[in-house]
Structure formats: C-alpha cells, structure tokens
Write a protein that binds this ligand. Structure first.
Ligand code: SAM
Length: 317
C-alpha cells in the first residue's frame, strides 16, 4: 500500500463529481475549491472557470480504478451536490463494481428526492446527510434556495429506511446552531442515525472568526457519558462516542495536528485533479487533461503517485 513522505497510508478517496450545488450554504468550503486567497484556510484561489468541466462517468470510474490499484479501498462521493448529477446511479455502480473497492458512500444535502433503493442497489453502502438545524427559519438563512427543512428531514428518514448507516453532518457554528446540539442529538437518536458534529473549517476568515465554535467542551461531556470510545484509525483518528442509546462522532480538523497526522485521504476535484489536501490549492495535479489526450493507465498511475508525494500535513507539531 502506498504511503506518503510522512508515513501515512493512502486508503480513502474523496471525489467531487460536480461543483454545482442547489443550496450553496453560506459557510461552504466547496471541498477546498473555494477561492479565498487567505493566509489561513483554503489558500491559493483556484480557477473557478474550471467548474464547467466535470468528469464523465467513464472518466470517474477509470481514475478510481487506477487509484484502487494504488491501495484505495473506500470512496466517498461528494460535490457540490452529487445528486445533481443525472448519472449518479451509474457513477456509484461503476465505482462499486471495482473489485478492490470495499465501500462507496456519499454525502448529500438530501434536497433532491432520491430513489435510495436504486442507489443502494447500485452499490451505495452509506449516506451522510448534511443538516445543521431543524429550525425552518434558521435553515432558510443558511442556504440560498427555498427548500424547506421539512423536505430534508423527510428524506433523511427515507434514507434511514433503506440504509443501515446514515450519518447526519452538523457543522456547529457559534451563535447560529450551537444551542441545537441537544435537539440534533435527540433527533438522531430517535431516528437511529449517527450524529456527526463538525467544527467549522476556515474558508472565509471573517466568517470563521465570527462563527467558529470549539467542540472540546461537548467532546468532554460525550467522553464522560460514553460506554465506549472508538478511535477511527484511518479516518484522521476521529473519535466515535458510543452511548447507551446513540452514537456521536466529532470532527475537528482546524489546528489539529493529530487529525493531519492520521489523514489517509486523497481528494479528486470535479474537474479532474488530484488534490492532496483540503486546505491547499497549490499542489494539485491535473490528470484529466492527459487522460483526455490519450494517456495510458501507467501514466495516470504515476500522476496519482506524484500527488501522494505532494501530501504534507497542513497542521503539524
Ligand atoms: N452537498 C453535499 C452535502 O451537503 O453533503 C456535499 C458537499 S458538502 C461541501 C460536504 C460536507 O462539507 C457537508 O457535510 C458540509 O456541511 C461540510 N462543510 C462544508 N463547508 C464546511 C466548513 N466550512 N466547515 C466544515 N464543514 C463544512
């Protein structure tokens, strides 16, 4: 299995299949593709015009197959909003048909009514749904469209009816929804969903300094109440707190050297670039241009290996 220069094995692929989104949440980092040019956070503005050149299903499946040959065994499909791709079912099927890929999951805002059964039959194993509040008014303030929160809640419940594992991604923001952690916990517990509390990642300095909420206090409380704490080894050593009647995961990537030290992820942008780190945009490797120019699998594999060689922890001791 491939290791980077810091001894980190590369096991997971997070692949953005589109930059288009139907919600455009006010805090969104766009998987690190947001142009900001800030000192800290998503650095080095990227080429927004490239949002138009999405990979085709075949290109996505081919690059995942090549990555799988280098040790990738788990794939998370993301966006933008991945459900905006009309071919999302084919993408899932193509990736999950690759024999060494053990798990295909997807993160979605669930604003589009999905046929979850079809996606499951195509090979999707797990779903993360992003929802930061249960309050309709607050939800409307976080997104740029008029989709009611009730629709998302209904779709989450439908997804849970089909998938054994559904996670609710809640980005916790100071003065916005930090007072709703308890409500989200109860909602998740009642619906047998795993609650994933996510600390805000800096993609806009002003927004970040205003709304960042430190989850250490919540984590301490979870630690005290948990029957069991699982360290997710290949997931940046994230902690999963198993309580008697619920499960909660906490993700806090900012200024967390442990998180970076245990990162096993390669990213792929929707316009066909390997992206070694969420927080950097100055080390991407374009594979789509050579692929479209006729490059063979060996050449594309070399580019994957080169991208792995460019990985370095963003936050380090
Ligand atoms: N549209 C899909 C969705 O909503 O899940 C996929 C893309 S979205 C960028 C993936 C995840 O990133 C969501 O759970 C979202 O909440 C999270 N996210 C986006 N911006 C973030 C930020 N600034 N800090 C922390 N998490 C963020």
């Amino acid at each position: 299995m491939l290791k980077d220069n810091f001894g980190r094995r590369i096991k997971n692929l997070r692949i953005s299949v589109t930059q288009r989104c139907n919600l455009d949440c006010i805090y969104c980092h766009r998987e690190g593709n947001k142009a900001s040019g800030q000192e800290i956070g998503i650095a080095d503005a990227c080429d927004i015009s490239s949002y138009n050149s999405e990979m085709t299903t075949e290109e996505i499946v081919r690059i995942v197959k090549i990555s799988a040959g280098c040790g990738i065994s788990r794939v998370k499909i993301t966006g933008g909003e991945p459900m905006l791709r009309k071919d999302i079912e084919e993408i899932i099927r193509g990736i999950s048909n690759i024999s060494s890929i053990g798990e295909v999951s997807m993160t979605t805002n669930a604003a589009i009514d999905a046929d979850w059964n079809k996606l499951k039959n195509a090979g999707l194993k797990r779903v993360n749904v992003s929802l930061d509040t249960l309050d309709g008014e607050k939800y409307a303030g976080l997104i740029s469209s008029k989709i009611p929160v009730e629709k998302i809640i209904k779709n989450i419940k439908k997804a849970r009816g089909v998938f054994d594992v559904v996670k609710l991604n809640m980005v916790v923001m100071n003065g916005i929804n930090e007072n709703e952690i308890c409500d989200m916990f109860v909602f998740s517990k009642d619906n047998k969903i795993i609650l994933q509390l996510i600390e805000l990642i800096d993609s806009d300095k002003e927004f970040f300094s205003k709304y960042f909420y430190d989850l250490s206090g919540v984590e301490k409380e979870l630690e005290d109440r948990a029957d069991r704490i699982i360290t997710r080894k290949f997931m940046q050593n994230r902690k999963k707190y198993v309580l008697s009647d619920a499960e909660v995961e906490v993700v806090h990537p900012m200024h967390n050297t442990e998180f970076c030290k245990n990162c096993t992820r390669m990213r792929i942008t929707s316009d066909g670039k390997f992206k070694p780190c969420l927080m950097r945009n100055n080390n991407l490797i374009d594979f789509l241009t050579p692929m479209r120019a006729g490059a063979g699998d060996e050449k594309l594999k070399e580019l994957f290996i080169e991208a792995v060689g460019r990985r370095e922890p963003y936050f380090c001791d």
